[in-house]
Design a protein around this ligand. Structure first.
Ligand code: NDP
Length: 451
């Protein structure tokens, strides 16, 4: 039996890597984790957490405007971008420390530096080689920017949190999660936002009614969305600003141009292919249903291998790997009915199949849909509306799709996702007593199907 320095060597200290390292160590494994930047990965440093904090900040602008109808005179308001950045940075540093403490308390050896796989059981960091029975690749992803003339004048999402100065005019390229969230956030914080999307809709994989409704809501809040438009060139103007040329000859001037045009797996320069690890056409690690790569001792979880680029999915995959290697044995993760939220203003929450997907998968479906003004906005005078939709498989009566645009959609859909994974039928939804007066009760009171 060969003896290794470690039982598990984790490359990458983001959500998936930290969870796997910590859990494996708690089960008695000798674990090392290599990270070349701050602990916490995209989610903690330049993703979910700072993004949600900024989304809260943007929400105040709406709240101030809505307060008058409730009798509050808010007075003059002023937004201090520098203070928000400082407070966010302080909180992220605190979280970096929490991650470090958790790993140290579990007995994980932390190694700072860029890690490369040199063979099936060896990882090199700096000049030092470490051997391990198993290696876990959890290096996440990074922004992809299309090859456009002048793209170096633009930024990617990582840079959005520390922009200096605050962009008065922001151009967002893309129509996915990141594009829509940053368009909403910076619009809320006071920027003039233009969003350019190459196709005819936002959020490709979402329900058609939902994304149309969202586009209308985002437009209503002041975002100038240009569909079927591609950016062909970016130039810097003498004034210091930027100018983007669009495919149909339009020009958009901006202080900052954000390319939110997708993300690619982070595998370059890690020696993976030389060590025999098969990569797919996106550069992602090809894994089997137990996250094992083409090299039997090498596993991969999270954005570096998964198509569902979501922190909770990376965490769940990490737990499965730890179970497989050091625990109760192989358990397969079921990706069906993975709920997700997009923190636009208003938020999106969704679980299960879109109407179009459900028609293909189940054949006959019944659709329930509702659009209304929430009680909150009867006095606030906000024009914001709520959209809710249920997709029901006609044969089984099971609710197979649940979609919402509205306040706290993510919070609301999380609970319904549990019911949907339990196989809740429309009859069960109908027999559930609503909580009154809430927005969420509409999901259990929709009685009339769409014609
Ligand atoms: P997405 O894949 O969601 O969106 C990419 C967008 O860029 C699409 O609108 C796409 O257009 C457009 N695009 C792609 N290539 C080009 C190109 N060459 N020129 C012009 N436009 C282009 O990627 P994101 O970067 O927004 O997010 C990556 C992933 O991160 C998400 O899929 C999600 O899983 C995760 N994420 C999750 C969040 C959450 O849970 N709230 C928040 C942020 C990210 P088209 O639609 O036409 O293909």
């Amino acid at each position: 039996m060969p003896t290794f320095d470690f039982d598990l060597f984790v490359i990458g200290g983001g959500s998936g890597g930290v969870r796997a390292a910590r859990m494996a160590a708690q089960r008695g494994a000798r674990v090392a984790l290599a990270e070349c930047a701050e602990l916490g990965g995209t989610c903690v440093n330049v993703g979910c957490i700072p993004k949600k904090l900024y989304s809260y900040a943007a929400g105040y602008a709406e709240s101030f405007g809505e307060a008058a109808g409730y009798g509050w005179d808010v007075g003059e308001t002023r937004f201090d971008w520098a203070r928000l950045k400082l407070n966010r940075a302080r909180e992220i540093t605190r979280l970096n420390g929490v991650y470090r403490s958790l790993l140290e308390a579990a007995g994980v050896q932390l190694i700072q530096g860029w890690a490369q796989l040199t063979d099936a059981h060896t990882v090199q960091v700096g000049k030092k080689r470490h051997t391990a029975q198993y290696v876990l690749i959890a290096t996440g992803g990074m922004p992809f920017v299309p090859d456009i003339a002048g793209r170096e004048h633009g930024v990617v999402s990582d840079a959005m949190f520390d922009l200096d100065p605050f962009p008065k005019r922001l151009l967002v390229v893309g129509g996915g999660y990141i594009a829509c969230e940053f368009a909403s956030i910076f619009n809320g914080l006071g920027a003039e936002v233009t969003q350019v999307q190459r196709s005819a809709h936002l959020l490709n994989e979402f329900d058609e009614d939902l994304r149309q409704f969202l586009a209308n809501e985002m437009t209503r809040t002041g975002i100038d969305i240009r569909f079927n438009a591609e950016i062909t060139m970016v130039t810097r103007l003498e004034s210091g600003g930027l100018c983007a040329l669009l495919s149909r000859g339009q020009r958009v001037e901006a202080d900052t141009i954000l390319f939110a045009t997708g993300r690619v797996p982070n595998t370059a320069g890690m020696g993976l292919e030389a060590a025999g690890v098969e990569l797919d056409e996106r550069g992602g690690v090809v894994v089997d249903s137990h996250y094992r790569s083409s090299v039997p001792s090498v596993y991969a979880v999270g954005d570096v291998s998964s198509r569902q680029q979501l922190t909770p999915v990376a965490l769940a995959e990490a737990m499965r790997v730890v179970d497989t290697l050091f625990g109760q044995g192989k358990r397969q993760l079921d990706y069906e009915y993975t709920p997700t939220a997009v923190f636009t203003h208003p938020n999106i929450g969704t679980c299960g199949y879109t109407e179009a997907e459900a028609r293909v998968k189940f054949g006959k479906v019944t659709i329930f849909s509702s659009e209304f003004r929430a009680l909150h906005h009867t006095l606030s005078e906000s024009k914001e509306r709520v959209f809710m939709k249920l997709v029901v498989d006609k044969a089984s009566d099971r609710v197979v799709g649940l979609h919402m645009v509205g306040p706290d959609a993510g919070e609301i859909v999380q609970g319904f996702a549990v019911a949907m994974r339990c196989g809740a039928t429309k009859a069960v939804f109908d027999s559930t007593i609503g909580i009154h007066p809430t927005v969420a009760e509409e999901f259990v009171t929709m009685r009339e199907p769409m014609p």
